[in-house]
Design a protein around this ligand. Structure first.
Ligand SMILES: Cc1cc2nc3c(=O)[nH]c(=O)nc-3n(C[C@H](O)[C@H](O)[C@H](O)COP(=O)(O)OP(=O)(O)OC[C@H]3O[C@@H](n4cnc5c(N)ncnc54)[C@H](O)[C@@H]3O)c2cc1C
Length: 366
């Protein structure tokens, strides 16, 4: 643990701080354990005119092989408090708390709202950034407050859920205000409803295991079992989990595109499940990737697709960021050629200026 008064460390390798395990070193690095550390780090970077990159649990980033200029600030504030409110519970969690520990605690208290988000790696502070979601739940539905440091003023600010511009895997912290706010704490309002069992795989597991009136603990068991089957619970011994989770978000296509995909689905014998959403139809990115001919377990050098889930790009062992990005771009290109859909990367690609494949990954096709 390094206090900011002692100054940041220099040339700290970042790959071990990420689940993908790729990337070079931070020119400067600080692990912030107090609000004061964060505010001092903002001043430190501002005084020197260097960029500041925020890191949480490193489970949704691809860091350039060349490393990152400026200061990398790892948010490691700890603590989680609870109080009852009516039938439910208010949880106040510091941004550096491991996410799954907070989910496990909420399940232990017997309140609903986070149980379907079991087994997701990373920190509490990362969850509002991309509005983490899985198996029918999203954090935006239970977040009651986000506390952050505004880098423009150095002051602490608070956002209600309506101020966060939450959407599918997105928020103001990832879009209009990208990089401006450093989340220090998140408050969740939990309970008051039944456990989430809407997702088919979860419902099937509960049925098969005779959990007829499922509790939140039953749903956590189900979600963890389903996630492990798909390589979506980080496990050092399982190379299929050395990833950033799903590499692409599920795209929303127009009705005409959906019809064209339906026709392709019939030809290929791969039924398409497209859900109507605002602005079109949401199509599973994994389905498009397989339609483009990529099979689970596909390899390109040291990068590959998980053998359990074609949406996860994995570090097979010793991969570079360039290799991971190269495979992601190859898959994206394949999907454009096969179906005309431009997939969007879910993880944040940090650094990589001058890498054409990284630039291509950011393109939207519009
Ligand atoms: C095996 C696996 C499974 C996954 N499954 C899911 C899933 O089911 N659903 C899902 O939504 N995601 C999933 N993910 C992605 C990831 O775990 C989540 O997005 C997670 O919330 C990222 O948190 P983090 O702390 O690791 O963020 P990081 O990877 O460290 O950072 C991600 C982004 O958030 C920013 N950030 C992080 N902390 C802060 C902060 N305190 N303040 C401001 N900005 C911050 C960073 O600057 C960066 O832009 C999965 C990842 C893996 C490896």
């Amino acid at each position: 643990m390094v206090a900011v008064d002692l100054g940041p460390q220099s040339h700290v390798p970042l790959a071990p701080l990420t689940t993908l395990g790729v990337g070079g070193a931070a020119r400067w690095f600080l692990r912030a354990v107090t609000l004061h550390d964060i505010q001092a780090a903002v001043r430190w970077a501002g005084d020197r005119g260097v960029p500041l990159t925020v890191l949480g649990g490193g489970s949704n980033v691809v860091i350039a092989d060349e490393g990152l200029e400026g200061l990398v600030l790892q948010v490691a504030l700890r603590g989680c408090e609870r109080r009852t409110q009516g039938d439910g519970l208010i949880l106040d969690a510091a941004a550096g708390e491991p996410w799954d520990a907070v989910v496990a605690a909420s399940v232990g208290y017997g309140v609903a709202g986070l149980e379907c988000l079991s087994g997701i790696p990373g920190s509490v502070g990362g969850t509002p950034v991309q509005n983490v979601g899985a198996y029918g739940q999203e954090v935006s539905r239970v977040i009651t407050r986000v506390t952050a440091v505004d880098r423009l003023t150095g002051r602490v600010v608070q956002f209600g859920p309506g101020d966060c511009a939450f959407g599918y895997r997105t928020s103001r912290f990832k879009t209009t205000d990208r990089g401006r706010y450093i989340v220090t704490a998140v408050q969740f309002g939990l309970g008051g409803g039944p456990a989430g069992t809407s997702y088919p795989d979860v419902a099937t597991w509960l049925h098969d295991h005779r959990r007829d009136v499922p509790t939140v603990a039953d749903v956590r068991d189900a979600v963890l079992a389903v996630r492990r089957r798909k390589g979506m619970v980080v496990d050092a011994a399982d190379v299929d989990t050395h990833s950033a989770g799903s590499f692409f978000v599920n795209p929303v296509v127009s009705a005409a595109q959906r019809d064209a995909l339906d026709a392709r689905a019939a030809e290929a014998g791969k039924p398409l499940v497209a859900h109507p959403v605002e602005g079109g139809f949401k199509v599973p990115a994994a389905w498009l990737i397989q339609l483009a001919g990529f099979r689970p377990g596909y390899r390109m050098g040291q990068a590959g697709l998980s053998s359990k889930h074609p949406l996860a790009i994995i570090n097979v062992g010793g991969a570079s960021a360039r290799a991971i990005i190269g495979l992601a771009a190859h898959v994206k290109r394949g999907v454009i050629e096969s179906s005309g859909v431009w997939l969007q990367a879910e993880p944040e690609v940090l650094g990589c200026e001058g890498n054409d494949e990284a630039a291509f990954l950011r393109q939207t096709g519009e």
